[in-house]
Design a protein around this ligand. Structure first.
Ligand code: HEM
Length: 503
């Protein structure tokens, strides 16, 4: 079958295989010499260990690898060294106790190109610290006292309820209306009175935000294989993503100048005005500042990107579980009817009474783990961690699944059991190992906003509608589990929303 004579065509092929094998041996040796954490051997350098975890649900191979190599192990994705940190003890030591070292972000092709160490999510060092602190304080100020935040969320919840009602009990995809609606919450916070959901320009910008959120999963590949950028066309949607970023930033620029023109220090009620105030304050003190228009654009883009998709996906999962677990839906509805009633929308003040509803949302987050590998971290210099060296160019991945589904912590992690978050006294428990929002210095900046949105959206949908599968259909979680992109999302599904009778 194979010709035994080595002609010109076969020679380069054999040389290449020999070179790859040699290189592979070198990589293997190099790993041992650097005292890296243990991990599977690299046979083909260009691919790394990708085949070790090439399954749709990567949590499964990662669980096997943890069993084999322990709580700190390494993998090569392409030629990039990744170190996985598993289990709450190692997670706490790295990201909480040694948070100053483990809160850096690694250099990666896509993030460097889009973020340029600006904004919050991908930035590091002084810029990150100052902008994170500013954004946290600003969001907190908007959320407290005057309850501006709850009012804004309620406005959008009402719009959503009315769109759902218009579906007229027919099967529909909630995802299409939900993500746009949730982007409106961030837009209202960021743009304040300059925000008008019917303005075609706003619609175009929010569509660009949503498109980028969806495509981030596919263009992430280029972080590990940047040479792919030379392929013709735009297979990984990188050009499209950059075009959208330009569009979004151009719009933020325009609003910035409008807000600046009308700036009134006594009416700081949106994120852009708060940022302008900070710029002016720092200028007044003659401080060298990192608060610039460029930074504002990236920070706002981060709030949109991080603040829309994760909530959308969590609410979609909640709807799917409510459909598949009608007894949980009945219990949630009874709780809402008996405490809030059916006349007004549930509010943040009702949180103390909505114990089962809150426990249900927490169990959704634990059970489905929408972002089970967090965002990539790095260290500013080589560090020794649990006896191993982690080099400064390594990508450090927090394996949040290893904490959220650890049998030693949860006992029966595979079961969906909201009751695990309810104490004997009937209050909501907050175990340290419940880390869907991460922990330590990079803990989710939008956690309070996210918790507020989840409670207000899910409880309002259940208060007003019975959430059902399309008529004549039975649905199961397993059937719709299975989109593993940047977030772990359910496959597209249709649901029915039947208005509840008030009597
Ligand atoms: C269900 C909803 C959400 C979940 C599960 C979630 C989860 C997370 C996680 C796990 C991280 C940390 C990643 C890491 O560094 O390893 C994070 C960071 C972040 N989140 Fe969220 N998030 C949610 C909603 C939001 C919302 C609504 C906002 C918007 C205000 C937001 C803004 C951010 C930002 C800006 C960061 C980066 C923080 C930093 O690097 O310092 N998130 N989120």
């Amino acid at each position: 079958m194979f010709p035994l004579v080595l002609d010109e065509w076969y020679l380069p092929l054999i040389m290449t295989i020999l070179a790859i094998s040699l290189l592979s041996l070198c990589v293997g040796r190099g790993q041992d010499r650097r005292n890296l954490p243990p991990g599977p051997r690299v046979w083909i350098p260009l691919i790394g260990n990708v085949l070790e975890f090439a399954e749709e649900d990567t949590r499964k191979p990662l669980r096997r690898l943890r069993k084999k190599y322990g709580n700190v192990y390494r993998l090569y994705v392409g030629t990039r060294l990744c170190v996985l940190i598993c289990g709450y003890k190692a997670f706490k030591e790295a990201f909480i106790s040694r948070g100053d070292e483990f809160s850096y972000r690694p250099h990666m092709f896509i993030t460097d190109k889009i973020c340029q160490n600006k904004g919050i999510v991908c930035s590091t060092g002084d810029i990150w610290k100052k902008h994170r602190k500013f954004a946290l304080i600003t969001l907190r100020n908007f959320g407290m006292g005057k309850s501006i935040l709850e009012k804004r969320i309620h406005t959008e919840v009402s719009v959503l309820l009315s769109s759902v009602n218009k579906q007229n009990r027919q099967p529909f995809h909630l995802s299409a209306i939900l993500s746009m609606n949730l982007s409106n919450v961030i837009a209202a916070i960021v743009f304040g009175r300059h925000f008008n959901r019917d303005d075609p320009r706003v619609v175009q910008i929010l569509a660009a935000v949503n498109e980028n959120n969806i495509n981030l999963g596919s263009n992430c590949v280029m972080n590990f294989y940047p040479l792919l950028r030379h392929l013709p066309g735009d297979l990984f949607k990188m050009k499209r993503c950059l075009k959208n970023v330009d569009l979004i930033e151009e719009y933020i620029n325009e609003i910035y100048y409008k807000v600046l023109e009308e700036y009134d220090e006594s009416k700081v009620e949106d994120f852009i005005s708060a940022y302008i105030k900070e710029m002016k304050d720092q200028k007044g003190k003659n401080e060298t500042t990192t608060f610039t228009l460029d930074q504002l654009c990236k920070t706002v883009t981060d709030l949109f990107a991080a603040g829309t998709e994760a909530i959308t996906v969590t609410i979609l999962w909640s709807m799917l579980y409510l459909i598949c677990k009608p007894e949980a839906q009945d219990r949630m509805f009874s709780e809402i009817r008996n405490t809030v009633g059916l006349e007004r929308l549930p509010s943040v003040q009702d949180k103390r009474d909505l114990v089962y509803t809150e426990a249900f949302i927490m169990e959704i987050m634990r059970h489905v783990q929408i972002g089970y590998l967090g965002f990539p971290h790095s260290v500013p210099h080589d560090v020794v961690f649990q006896g191993y060296t982690i080099p400064k160019d390594a990508i450090i991945l927090p394996d949040m699944d290893s904490v959220l589904s650890d049998p030693d912590v949860w006992g029966d992690p595979e079961l969906f059991r909201p009751e695990r978050f309810i104490s004997k006294e009937g209050t909501v428990l907050q175990p340290d190992e419940f880390i869907p929002f991460f922990a330590g210095k990079r803990r989710c900046l939008g956690e309070s906003l996210a918790k507020m949105e989840l409670l207000l959206y899910v409880s309002a949908l259940v208060q007003r509608f019975q959430i059902l599968p399309p008529e004549g259909m039975t649905m199961s979680i397993e059937e719709y589990d299975g989109v593993f992109g940047l977030h772990h999302a359910p496959k597209p599904f249709k649901m029915r929303a039947v208005p509840r009778s008030v009597s």
